[in-house]
Unconditional design. Structure first.
Length: 128
């Protein structure tokens, strides 16, 4: 490969946002009353991935330990972190889940999602 060709490939990669090893995160949003029936929606994931919904009482920096899916990934939550469950994404990397949120959780728990295929994380939201 000539130097000119290599340079052209690098320009295309940078222009299109295909960073080497760089993964884009997901966007997590919520709708509905708290307490009550809330819908959490994740966009921007890998097609047909499983989203791991995790929550904690505090934000911070917790790294998924060895032996678990996506070990070594750092989240925006502080320990202890609890896995609420997995939700499958559709063909465009989107998923929604609706669940009842009790009053004691409102404004007391933070939620984040990990894409288990790319090991990227979403934004952190306060359940409210």
């Amino acid at each position: 490969m000539s130097r000119q060709t290599l340079l052209a490939v690098v320009v295309v990669v940078l222009t299109l946002g295909f960073g080497l090893g760089e993964a884009k995160g997901q966007t997590l949003s919520q709708a509905g009353p708290c307490p009550g029936s809330k819908t959490f929606t994740v966009t921007g994931g890998a097609p047909f991935t499983r989203f791991a919904f995790i929550h904690s009482a505090n934000t911070g920096s917790w790294t998924i330990p060895g032996g678990l899916v996506c070990f070594g990934t750092t989240t925006g939550l502080a320990a202890p972190v609890t896995l609420a469950g997995y939700v499958p994404a559709n063909a465009i990397g989107t998923a929604s889940v609706t669940t009842f949120i009790p009053g004691g959780v409102c404004n007391n728990r933070y939620l984040q999602v990990v894409d288990t295929m790319t090991c990227t994380t979403s934004n952190v939201i306060l359940i409210n």
